[in-house]
Every structure is written in structure tokens, then in C-alpha cells.
Design a protein around this ligand. Structure first.
Ligand SMILES: Nc1nc2c(ncn2[C@@H]2O[C@H](COP(=O)(O)OP(=O)(O)OP(=O)(O)O)[C@@H](O)[C@H]2O)c(=O)[nH]1
Ligand SMILES: [Mg+2]
Length: 204
């Protein structure tokens, strides 16, 4: 039986006071709109349709909590970087995210979802700084690797690893469509939940 056989939607939060109870351990998935966050959660848990996948960027403006064992959660965070989002929504996103990262004691680590065709952007790097400054670990999934040829995929991976070389952040190629990198991602998540990892050093 896999770790995620019993995964279920727990709750959604549009506002700070709606967050799931802050108990146990959880791992958050963050990234640009349309980078493949929801698809990655579905692939890792092997549950098609668990997290809603959309062709329209910026659709998920909620924090969605999925519970896969008692007090163990995966969290789908709303995406960022979508140009057409009105300022009001962008500000709300910022406030909600700041609140989440500041208060969340059960948050052990961040899976940062980056479209491999785009590579690590300024806002992605900002997310990593945010999480490392809060003494948490992070791992980058370079998604949609099926859209790149082998050489380009390896180049993006090298560039990402180089960009993170001053930190404890790790990275891998990932494709939900080709089932590439699923076990690698699951192992990272398992190790974080086991508490075996060393906490990332604080960067300023
Ligand atoms: N080719 C390919 N397409 C993918 C892959 N993962 C996701 N996609 C596509 O990328 C689009 C966005 O995927 P989502 O999982 O909804 O992305 P998201 O980051 O959750 O998007 P928001 O919730 O809107 O921020 C969808 O059309 C997916 O089918 C992949 O591994 N390969
Ligand atoms: Mg989504």
C-alpha cells in the first residue's frame, strides 16, 4: 500500500482564518500559475482529479489541503506570476501567503514547482528565500520535462542546481505525463516527513 492510498481532500482556505488545524506535518507545493502544481500532487499521490488541474492560469486562488494520513498533509498553494490577475487579488495572495508562512508550525518543507521550459524565475527565487529564511527545506521539481529534449532538460537541471548551490535546496526533472521523477519526489517527501532531514540553514 502506498503512502498516499488514503489521500483525501481536507479543506480549502481563501482567508487566513480558514487554514486547516496546524497540527502534525505538512508539505506545501508552490509555484507560478500553470507551472503544474496540482498535476504534480495528483501524480505523486496517484490520484487523478484530487487537485484540480486547469488550462486557465491562476484558477486556484485557494490554499487546498489534502490529508494522506492522520496529521499528514500536502498543500496546494495558489499560484503567482500570472500577469492578468488584478492588483486586489495579487495583494490578497501576498497577505495570505505571508500569513501562511509566518504562522504555520506544521510546515516542514516546500516543493517548488517550476516549468522546466521557463527555469527558475525571480519570484521562484523569492519563494525559496522566503522558506529558507524560515528555517525550512525546499526541493525544486522542474515540471513538464516531456516538453524538452534530453539535452535541454539536463541543461535546465544544471542551471537550477547551480542557482541553488549556496543553499540546501535540491532539484530534479519531473514529468507527470511521462511519470518521470515520481519516486525521486516521493522519497524527498518521505524523508522530510520522517524528520530525517537536517533543517536548511538560514539565508539572508
Ligand atoms: N506536457 C505536460 N503538461 C503538464 C504537465 N504537468 C502539468 N501540465 C499541464 O500544465 C497545465 C497546468 O497544470 P496545473 O497542474 O493545473 O498547474 P497549476 O500550477 O496547478 O496551475 P494553477 O492552479 O492555475 O496555478 C495543464 O494543462 C496540465 O495538463 C506535464 O508533466 N507535462
Ligand atoms: Mg492548481
Amino acid at each position: 500500500m502506498s503512502t498516499y492510498s488514503n489521500v483525501n481532500f481536507l479543506t480549502s482556505a481563501a482567508e487566513a482564518h480558514q487554514l486547516a488545524a496546524d497540527v502534525g506535518k505538512e508539505i506545501a507545493f508552490a509555484g507560478r500559475s500553470n507551472s503544474g502544481k496540482s498535476t504534480a500532487i495528483n501524480a505523486i499521490t496517484q490520484r487523478a482529479g484530487l487537485a484540480r488541474v486547469s488550462r486557465t492560469p491562476g484558477r486556484t486562488q485557494l490554499i487546498n489541503f489534502f490529508e494522506f494520513a492522520p496529521e499528514r498533509r500536502l498543500v496546494d498553494l495558489p499560484g503567482y506570476g500570472f500577469a492578468k490577475v488584478p492588483e486586489r487579488i495579487r495583494l490578497h495572495w501576498l497577505q495570505l501567503m505571508e500569513h501562511y508562512f509566518n504562522v504555520r508550525e506544521s510546515l516542514v518543507g516546500l516543493i517548488l514547482i517550476v516549468d522546466s521550459r521557463r527555469g527558475l524565475g525571480t519570484q521562484d527565487a523569492g519563494m525559496l528565500e522566503w522558506i529558507l529564511a524560515r528555517d525550512r527545506v525546499a526541493h525544486v521539481l522542474l515540471t513538464k520535462a516531456d516538453k524538452l529534449n534530453r539535452q535541454d532538460a539536463q541543461r535546465v537541471l544544471r542551471e537550477t542546481v547551480a542557482a541553488c548551490s549556496d543553499t540546501s535546496v535540491t532539484a530534479q526533472l519531473f514529468s507527470a505525463h511521462e511519470k518521470q521523477g515520481l519516486d525521486e519526489a516521493r522519497q524527498i517527501i518521505d524523508s522530510w516527513l520522517d524528520g530525517a532531514q537536517k533543517k536548511a540553514p538560514v539565508v539572508t
